[in-house]
Design a protein around this ligand. Structure first.
Ligand SMILES: [Zn+2]
Length: 429
């Protein structure tokens, strides 16, 4: 099922040719932006110095802070007259980041959403309830126009009033929903409490926050849907950058529109396929706000094994933010990797804490994890075995020796908002 079969299934050589052509065009386009004129001149780069795709590593990164410094319109590469819409990213502190779109941008963006939805079998026959914020947040209008382009029946219900949302889903025979995974969880609870049957539902599209496989299973069981992961960010149009196909093992990223790199957030060097790092993207079809090597701050990896349905490597689901990365004896560790290991061991719970100390000049990592009583006999010998098992699993996954302490169920702190599971007690130099 393809929206744009030609572009979605390009042969590698043809794809590379298009990427290079579009990269060169983007390099010309950024010359209209003062920030890039100076940045590229300082780095001694002109459009003719980029001859192959590999030459991209010569270009300096663009950071979120650069965009903030350009507030409000410093990154626009076209006259305001050609800007037909503005969105902003949610600035948790200070000014938000402003993104602008030309008419072509809006068209390209809705096409990408249409590709994603078509990829998972959604058609003009589907009835779609879009339960995200329709304001400055790109998730609302982004999905809305993509769905209309396919010809779906769109219900722009936005957020809030869960009972009314459920009533519409039931009465209108909604087949497809889009919202955050946490809102979907809430929705399923309210549906259960109020005995609302949602028999017409087939597909759930979830994004805007990282979520796990166990959340997927829970949502699928409770809502009777197949759940797909959606990834995007406003700086790269919005949602639609990458999306799961029906295989639901990694996300296809649209390589004809986004040039993808995965870097070690400390060194800026590329990491190998299958290794976690920060996603860096150069959008290739943006007119109003072209960007070069934009550091997304999101942690993922390029997957080694492909999927035959679309061209190019997939990315793994986003596991967190690169700001969370720890460096332990020179090895990069993301708290999400620790969580991933622990979730696979049923004898321990999903509550854990990580402590990092410097002992005799060496970094030492201690992981405290709660025992899961349901799976645990209470025998001391079993305890020792379990402890060794957790140490081994962590060593295999992280290539790092850790100290593991098993603790009583319920003894570790619970977090309401963003969890603070890592306490770094090393003295900062
Ligand atoms: Zn696929």
């Amino acid at each position: 099922m393809y929206w744009d079969k030609k572009m979605e299934t390009l042969k590698t050589a043809d794809l590379k040719e298009i990427q290079l052509k579009r990269l060169k065009k983007t390099l010309k386009q950024v010359q209209n932006v003062g920030f890039y004129q100076k940045k590229l001149a300082d780095a001694g780069i002109n459009p003719s110095s980029i001859k192959t795709l590999d030459d991209i590593t010569k270009i300096p990164f663009t950071k979120k802070q650069d965009l903030r410094d350009g507030y409000p319109f410093g990154f626009f590469a076209v006259p305001m007259k050609q800007i037909v819409r503005i969105h902003t990213t949610s600035g948790t502190t200070g000014k938000p980041t402003v993104v602008g779109y030309t008419r072509n941008d809006l068209d390209a963006w809705s096409d990408l959403i249409a590709r994603n939805m078509t990829m998972v079998g959604i058609t003009a026959d589907d009835i779609f309830q879009n339960m995200v914020n329709y304001g400055m947040f790109t998730g609302g209008l982004g999905f809305h126009y993509g769905a209309e382009k396919i010809g779906m029946t769109v219900i722009p219900s936005a957020t809030g009033n869960t009972k009314r949302q459920l009533e519409m889903m039931h009465d209108f025979g909604v087949t497809t929903i889009h919202c955050t995974p946490s809102y979907a969880m809430h929705l399923s609870e309210v549906a259960e409490e109020n005995h609302v049957s949602l028999g017409s539902l087939k597909t759930g599209l979830f994004g805007a926050e990282p979520w796990s496989e166990s959340t997927r299973k829970m949502l699928e069981n409770r809502l009777g849907i197949t759940a797909y992961d959606s990834y995007g960010l406003s700086e790269l149009f919005g949602p639609g950058v990458a999306f799961e196909c029906q295989e639901r093992d990694g996300l296809h990223i649209w390589h004809d529109c986004y040039l993808v790199e995965i870097i070690d957030p400390q060194t800026g060097e590329h990491v190998a396929d299958g290794e976690h790092g920060e996603l860096v993207v150069t959008p290739l079809v943006k007119e109003a706000m072209p960007l070069l090597r934009y550091r997304t701050g999101d942690v993922t990896m390029l997957m080694e094994d492909g999927c035959l349905c679309r061209r190019g490597k997939k990315i793994a689901r986003i596991t967190g933010r690169s700001d969370d990365m720890l460096v332990i004896r020179g090895i990069n560790v993301f708290p999400s990797q620790i969580e991933h290991v622990l979730l696979k061991i049923p004898e321990v719970g999903n509550q854990f804490m990580v402590y990092i100390d410097k002992i005799n000049h060496l970094d030492e990592m201690t992981v405290e994890v709660e025992i899961n009583r349901e799976y645990f006999s209470g025998e001391l010998a079993d305890l020792a075995n379990l402890q060794r098992k957790v140490v081994k699993e962590l060593r295999d996954a992280l290539e790092l020796r850790t100290t593991v302490k098993l603790v009583e169920p319920g003894s570790l702190p619970r977090f309401e908002g963003k969890a603070k599971r890592v306490i770094d007690r090393r003295e900062k130099e």
